[in-house]
Design a protein around this ligand. Structure first.
Ligand SMILES: Nc1nc2c(ncn2[C@@H]2O[C@H](COP(=O)(O)OP(=O)(O)O)[C@@H](O)[C@H]2O)c(=O)[nH]1
Ligand SMILES: [Mg+2]
Length: 350
């Protein structure tokens, strides 16, 4: 699972990447054109996991992780970007499962923020890139039909529907069934990817004071990129101290990580014990045996039952025995759909 950080050059993508990952990627290189992308695994901050660690005092605690990739700038010829640079960015964007679209909300080099225009410009670059791939494919299909080849009528129909949406200036996100259809899945359309917009605002800007209107279904988060980056780059104890001073309970960036985890359709279940307290990542809707497979394929193959207690029930009861007494520990079979926050002990045959 990978999340792409996208947006216009100078919007603060690398700054947000550093804030997310604690990396020290160079933010002064933002206009240098062709550059390697920045890549990092990010631990998903989960207060439930911290609480479970307090209860079980394990030797290690292992959080869920997601990969972030900080891509270069624009992907449209209009933006003045070179073709090979754009091709590279698009190639890296295709496999991403979701996008964090960073929009500049701070004044830079005398340029007032213009978030609405900036958002729309990059959004239309995504749409245009998809429109071009649909057009190319449609042309090829037409040629084939002229040559007497039949082609796949379902694919043709779906492509025509996609064309209409894109040509009207809309992202394929508004019609998730089209992009997800098996006939079109190979296209990895950019405008179909789920997206969170991060409005990157200055330290002294009041939240909610900059207006940005987004299409339905896209959520907005305001982040003070520079300051979040500074906090993320501090050693942990200093970061804690700094946050106390600023009266920040948790970095806004933590919320962004959790939101993007959700955006990917991911949930966590936990395993607990004296050795290890651990969060495991699965897709929402996963059944118990497949969830067991996230831990080990042998547990999936030999699955018998799942002993499940929900985190909230465990905390309400106080401890495992009390939860058991209260009837909150259940035995679930192979059709059980694992919920976010389930604490599971799998029973299996080897
Ligand atoms: N004042 C201010 N400057 C920022 C903020 N975020 C980024 N910048 C500056 O904007 C420039 C571009 O940032 P960068 O993260 O490299 O943008 P990118 O091109 O999208 O990766 C750099 O000089 C950053 O220091 C912010 O929140 N406030
Ligand atoms: Mg950058």
């Amino acid at each position: 699972m990978e999340i792409g950080i996208v947006g216009l050059p100078g919007s603060g993508k690398t700054t947000i990447f550093n804030a997310l990952t604690g990396s020290q990627a160079d933010v002064s290189a933002f206009h240098s054109g062709k550059k390697d992308p920045n890549l990092a695994q990010v631990k998903v901050p989960d207060p439930r996991l911290w609480k479970l660690t307090e209860i079980y005092q394990p030797k290690k605690t292992i959080p869920a992780q997601v990969q972030y990739i900080d891509l270069g700038g624009s992907i449209s010829a209009k933006s003045g970007e070179k073709q090979d640079v754009m091709d590279d960015i698009i190639r890296l964007l295709r496999p991403c499962d979701a996008l964090v679209h960073v929009v500049r909300g701070f004044e830079f080099a005398g340029q007032k923020p213009a978030p609405q225009d900036d958002f729309e410009q990059f959004e239309s670059e995504l749409i245009l890139t998809d429109l071009l791939s649909v057009e190319k494919r449609l042309e090829r299909l037409e040629k084939e039909v002229k040559k007497g080849k039949k082609g796949d009528p379902v694919e043709l129909e779906l492509l025509q529907q996609a064309y209409k949406i894109l040509d009207a200036g809309n992202a394929l996100r508004i019609a998730p069934d089209i992009a997800a259809a098996p006939q079109l899945r190979g296209y990895t359309f950019l405008s179909a990817k789920p997206v969170i917009v991060v409005l990157n605002i200055n330290e002294d800007t009041k939240e909610g004071s900059i207006h940005l209107e987004l299409p339905k279904g896209i959520s907005l988060m305001e982040i003070k990129g520079s300051i979040e980056m500074e906090i993320a780059q501090l050693p942990e104890d200093e970061a804690l101290e700094f946050r106390k001073e600023l009266e920040i309970e948790e970095p806004a960036i933590f919320r962004l990580i959790r939101e993007s985890y959700r955006l990917l359709g991911l949930i966590s279940f936990f395993t607990v014990g004296e050795d290890e307290v651990r969060a495991w990542t699965i897709k929402r809707g996963t059944k118990a045996p497949k969830a067991a497979g996230a831990i080990h394929s042998d547990i999936e193959k030999g699955f018998i039952r799942a002993e499940v207690v929900h985190y909230d029930d465990l905390i309400a009861a106080g401890n495992y025995q009390a939860a058991q007494k209260a009837g909150k520990v259940r035995l679930e079979g192979k059709d059980y759909e694992v919920k976010d926050g389930d604490i599971i002990n799998f029973r299996f045959n080897v």
